[in-house]
Design a protein around this ligand. Structure first.
Ligand code: ATP
Ligand code: ATP
Ligand code: MG
Ligand code: MG
Lengths: 228, 228
């Protein structure tokens, strides 16, 4: 059974691409057959894993999608034209038997993101514990509650600075308000995550002992064992 | 003569709203007649200045726009329906004689942002000195170069941490590659900017001596005296 996980939040710059790429590479490294879909026209997910990226030849292609292989062998797809519900369905099901499809979404709830939310079994919402980012949470939760596919929703606290009281307070409030919907794992602020992306590799390659890499490795374990 | 300044960048979370609100309040406080347009459906600019925000009664209304007055008397408009070129033109010209119109744009180059870029005399691009944010710069500069109105473009380096070598290196590279297009002013990372937004006021009110407030005050002076 293929599990589709959409990484979405209409608020910009909250770590959607960083989370989608590290979750995909982490699952791939732990032996799960994984495919990453870059639904953001800025193609940031492709940029983050651009080192030794190979474009696949025509025979492996899925109609409507451009296929790449990252250095570690992870399959990355990007839509060639505006994606439709049926073309997204093809990307999630065609080709080799896949365990996980991870979708990186643009900062909006329209177009590409709308289709990704409909195709998803799980919706992962990276959330900064800052005022403006928190305001947008209600909006995406309302949108997700209305989905026919009844996906499971998880909020992932990101860019946490443990010395900032506001972050701890917000985290406690989140867990109280959304019991069972907040990941056990939280991601600390770690500048090495940005640095890794500038080398076109994940932090698992660039700095495996960095706090950001350890946190994303914990998320991968939580997804593997907890999200069934 | 009304000067229209669009605050735009398709990369998310780079400080568009923080810059638009502080520029608008700063210009207003220095005696310029200023109007802020919130073109982002997330209405973050309105949230940032929500303390004692009053909705204007019908008689002052500009058709197609909802009008508010912030605590300091700044006029804030948000589109009631999807804005058109002519409705945006009305918002920039109708009502009292205005010196500056500041437009906060959503993280995309489509729809609302497209119209704002066409209406603008100046385009202010807040730019984080991080890899992914830098990649998007070429895309928006290409888009802006094609505009019929031939607006003047400025890049504003934001969230700078002076102890990070990469930030200083990027800043120098920016100034070398884009002579005359990078603001003299740069904005340091200052957590009090987020804190101020959670109180619904600008940092000029919440913490006037904070480094973020000082930097935005410098930007206001640069705009007043340099952008003619
Ligand atoms: N935990 C973290 N600590 C420090 N920096 C981070 C962290 N996660 C992401 N970043 C950096 O923050 C910036 C924004 O992250 P990212 O691009 O992944 O967000 P996004 O939500 O995908 O943005 P967009 O809305 O533009 O798609 C990037 O420069 C990234 O390297
Ligand atoms: N100089 C700064 N130092 C520290 N934090 C900042 C700074 N500027 C903005 N922020 C914070 O960073 C976050 C993103 O800023 P903001 O919302 O203004 O960006 P944006 O580009 O408008 O985002 P979006 O793409 O979602 O519209 C906010 O939490 C804001 O408070
Ligand atoms: Mg992204
Ligand atoms: Mg904004």
């Amino acid at each position: 059974k293929t599990r589709v996980i959409a990484c979405a939040n209409q608020k910009g710059g909250v770590g959607k691409t960083t989370t989608a790429t590290h979750l995909a590479i982490g699952l791939h490294r732990s032996g799960c057959r994984t495919r990453l879909l870059d639904m953001d026209p800025q193609e940031n997910a492709i940029l983050c894993l651009s080192q030794d990226l190979q474009e696949e030849s025509d025979k492996q292609r899925i109609p409507g999608w451009k296929c790449y292989r990252a250095a570690e062998g992870l399959e990355i797809l990007k839509p060639e034209t505006a994606p439709t519900t049926s073309s997204l369905h093809r990307a999630c099901t065609e080709g080799d038997a896949i365990d996980y499809v991870i979708i990186d979404c643009p900062p909006s709830l329209e177009k590409g993101t709308g289709q990704a939310l409909e195709a998803a079994h799980f919706i992962l919402i990276p959330l900064q514990c800052e005022f403006l980012a928190m305001q947008g949470l209600a909006q995406i939760l309302t949108r997700v509650n209305g989905l026919a596919g009844d996906p499971v929703v998880y909020v992932l606290p990101v860019m946490l600075e443990s010395e900032k009281h506001i972050h701890q307070e917000v985290l406690e409030e989140l867990r109280a308000h959304l019991p069972g919907k907040v990941c056990e794992t939280w991601i600390p602020r770690d500048p090495f995550l940005s640095e890794a992306s500038s080398y076109g590799v994940s932090l698992f390659t660039h700095g495996p002992r960095a706090v950001g890499a350890q946190a994303y490795a914990k998320l991968v374990r939580e997804v593997c064992h907890g999200w069934t």
